[in-house]
Design a protein around this ligand. Structure first.
Ligand code: GLU
Length: 503
């Protein structure tokens, strides 16, 4: 059997973690089986449709680097892959079901259905859904009314008194009494638009979908779909309803827990590799450990029997860990390129307007700043989890940091005169440090500390505060190298002048 699966989003919102998980599992499953992964746009709900969500879909998956084999943008043998371009098909298939006696024309007006609902409410009736009022109208009579121009919908005739059974690849055998299935749901609306159920079943069949991997919230629709497949005389695809994704509190993952749209993760400086690796684990287990896999490596490890029934808990800390790991795997050039937009927007290289202004636009780096930015990557690579932290940690290399208060310079058990002395000793080391590798710089400063009989830390601390503007900073030697001797010396002198004033 050729494996064909699909991601079938409705463009009524931004792509989020749940959608990515569904798409990714379908992608991995198709790849693992040498099959095809298809994108289909389920845009039948025109009231909630928005073109920006279609753009967001393409943009998100291009950024993630997850391709499909067939889809609206690239075509394929089952084109078109956009449901709004397939309306004639749904009308035909709904009509076929009517002729075969599996569906019927319904002429109930919205008012009648509304009155029915209200009456039931008033009577505290447990009955819900349609009361099958038009189910018994003989087809010939109904067809005449349609011919005469009466408004109608087409409803599925759910076989009553039966039980629908199917197997879910993850959840096992499922049974559903037909009397508990939504009574005779609409397949084709009065405006000729299909409902989700009709379009979904017709398309999965016509597109040769062998496996439907979708979120567990769709499980309650599946008995209805199975009934429809049987009515059409089609074999239904295999179903696999994926475990829910929850927040740490056990509730369905939502904005309350943190970022959920992929756009937002992207803005916050997550890398696609980290998201993919983490999301690939939401409801599936691979080998033990915290290995990082490429998409291909994930695909070779993926299989439906590795899925978990229990809901997956979304752990932002774990995702952060992955992000940090992927940041460390980037070359300096790559990391600089990825974090450059954040550096520009944060005004690392200067602003075109007042930095405080609401519309402050950051300027592009000069070639020299660009070189310094790349050279600074090793200083922060091990210390960050998110891209915007790159410029946040490097401000002191691109503009003069404010001179900290005198107390910041003073080492433990030290005092001001001693600190000035230490800084003067340190000042003499700037020239050699600015041209040394870390190893050599370390030797130089250690030798000096030993020679004058002071602790290494006491010598480095005031120097660090003078150069970087803070007690805690990226590595000192690398900073001096990037700033160069004259800028570093100027900072030490500036600090010395301030400390002497305080004296
Ligand atoms: N259009 C549905 C959605 O938005 C697809 C559900 C399915 O995969 O059948 O999730």
């Amino acid at each position: 059997m050729e494996i064909r699966d699909r991601y079938a989003p409705s463009p009524t919102g931004l792509q989020h973690i749940g959608g990515l998980r569904t798409a990714l599992f379908n992608y991995l499953f198709a790849r693992s089986a040498g099959g095809k992964f298809i994108l289909r746009l389920e845009d039948t709900d025109r009231t909630r449709f928005d073109e920006q969500f279609v753009r967001n879909l393409y943009d998100t998956f291009a950024w993630l680097g997850i391709p499909w084999d067939e889809g609206p943008d690239i075509g394929g043998p089952a084109a078109p892959y956009v449901q709004s371009e397939r309306f004639a098909l749904y009308q035909k298939y709904a009509g076929d079901l009517v002729v075969q006696g599996h569906a019927y024309y319904c002429f109930c007006s919205a008012e009648r259905l509304d009155t029915l609902r209200k009456e039931r409410e008033a009577a505290h009736s447990s009955a819900t859904g349609y009361d099958r009022y038009c189910r018994s109208i003989p087809l010939a009579e109904a067809a005449e009314r349609v011919q005469a121009g009466a408004a109608y919908t087409i409803r599925l005739k759910i076989p009553l008194g039966e039980t629908t059974r199917f197997r879910d690849e993850l959840l096992g055998d499922i049974e559903w009494k037909n009397d508990d299935v939504n009574p005779d749901p609409v397949l084709l609306k009065s405006d000729g638009f299909p409902t989700y159920h009709l379009a979904n079943v017709v398309d999965d069949h016509l597109m040769g979908i062998s496996h439907v991997l979708r979120a567990q919230e769709w499980l309650s629709s599946t008995p209805l779909h199975v009934i429809m497949y049987r009515a059409f005389g089609w074999e239904h695809p295999r179903f696999c309803h994926l475990p829910m994704v929850m927040g740490q509190d056990g509730k369905k993952l939502s904005k309350r827990h943190g970022a959920t749209s992929i756009d937002e993760f992207r803005r916050l400086g997550y890398l696609p590799e980290a998201l993919i690796n983490y999301v690939a684990r939401l409801g599936a287990s691979y080998e033990e450990g915290t290995d990082m896999y490429t998409l291909d490596a994930l695909a070779t490890r993926f299989s439906l029997d590795k899925l978990n029934k229990a809901p997956a808990i979304f752990d932002y800390k774990k995702l952060e860990w992955y992000n940090g790991q992927y940041i460390r795997m980037k070359s300096d050039e790559e990391l600089a390129a990825l974090s450059l937009p954040y550096a520009i927007s944060q005004g690392l290289f200067g602003t075109e307007t007042e930095p405080e202004a609401a519309n402050a636009a950051g300027t592009e780096p000069t070639p020299e700043q660009r070189r310094a930015f790349i050279a600074a990557m090793p200083l922060i690579k091990e210390r960050i989890s998110f891209l915007p932290e790159v410029p946040q940690k490097l401000g002191y290399l691109f503009s003069e940091p404010p001179i900290p208060a005198a107390t910041e310079f003073i080492p433990k058990k030290g005092d001001l005169p001693r600190t000035i002395e230490l800084l003067q000793i340190g000042r003499d080391l700037i020239e050699p440090l600015s041209v040394s590798t870390d190893e050599v710089a370390e030797e130089v400063i250690k030798a000096k500390a030993e020679k004058v009989g002071i602790k290494l830390g006491d010598l480095m601390m005031p120097l660090r505060v003078a150069i970087t503007g803070a007690r805690v900073s990226p590595p000192l030697f690398g900073s001096v190298r990037i700033l160069g001797a004259s800028r570093s010396l100027a900072r030490v002198d500036r600090a010395l002048a301030r400390l002497t004033e305080c004296f």
